[in-house]
Write a new protein. Sequence first.
Length: 308
Amino acid sequence: MSGGIDVTTPSTARMHNALLGGVDNYTADREACEALLTVLPAADHLARQSRTFLERAVTDLALAGITQFIDLGCGLPAHPNTHEITAMYAPGACTAYVDMDPVVLAHARAILDENDQVLIVDADLRDTAWLGDERLRHHLDWTQPIAVLLVAVLECLPDEAAAALVACVAERLPAGSAVVVASVVSTDPVRRATAMALMRMSVPGWTLRGPADLSCVLAPVGADITPPDPQQSTYLATAITEPLLSVCADTGSGTAAAALASPVGGGRVPVHEVLNVHADRVGDADQGVQQRRGVPLLDAAVRGDVDA
């Protein structure tokens, strides 16, 4: 134990930090990452691409007029963070971070406690009671659109809890809201079983899903995960869901499935303007945000096996 924190048991937040090349992790986390990479060689690539996906999603949603964000399972700081992105493109935007990892909470409070536009909620996502948190209800205007980020989060939950979370979020969001989902997908049952056995030693309930499994989790919002190439064992899946989720955007990570929700009700943000994360352009931030807009998301499916 170090300052009340168990540094001998890996945490998904610290492992994600290590995969991103961060320093806010311990030996146990780095050793767990090394073991994971033997099963999922693209794990570090996935971590980087999930951050790229989050940055693009938040940027385009902010530009499209959404000024309220809830980042679920936000993890350790990885610049630019959600509130930093919104500050650039939607000054005055409000952000709420929800996590239960003590290291994440300590970092967040040290950095953000004096920022009135940011709220930190200590909550277990397996218990959807966090949606009724009084501070959260007052921090955001629940009559206006809210973007909820579920990036690299659903893997940390067993199927029942993940589906309950998605359903509860969809039910509570006001009209015009958006949901962003990015989740690891593999069609290789041996790989899935090996990875889950490894991760569940430290993270009970951690789940690496196949496309059908992820479809079941997203069923409360009508999701349907479809692989870009049925011949591939590791790929970027896409999803088209109605009425909440209408488009899928992938990130070129090779084992990630990512779905971006179109606004609920009213269609405040046109589908083709919400987000363009065509894999050919991931990482090309220097081309400017405006050059990424106006490209239909339904063209974003990218094939690419990264098993090697």
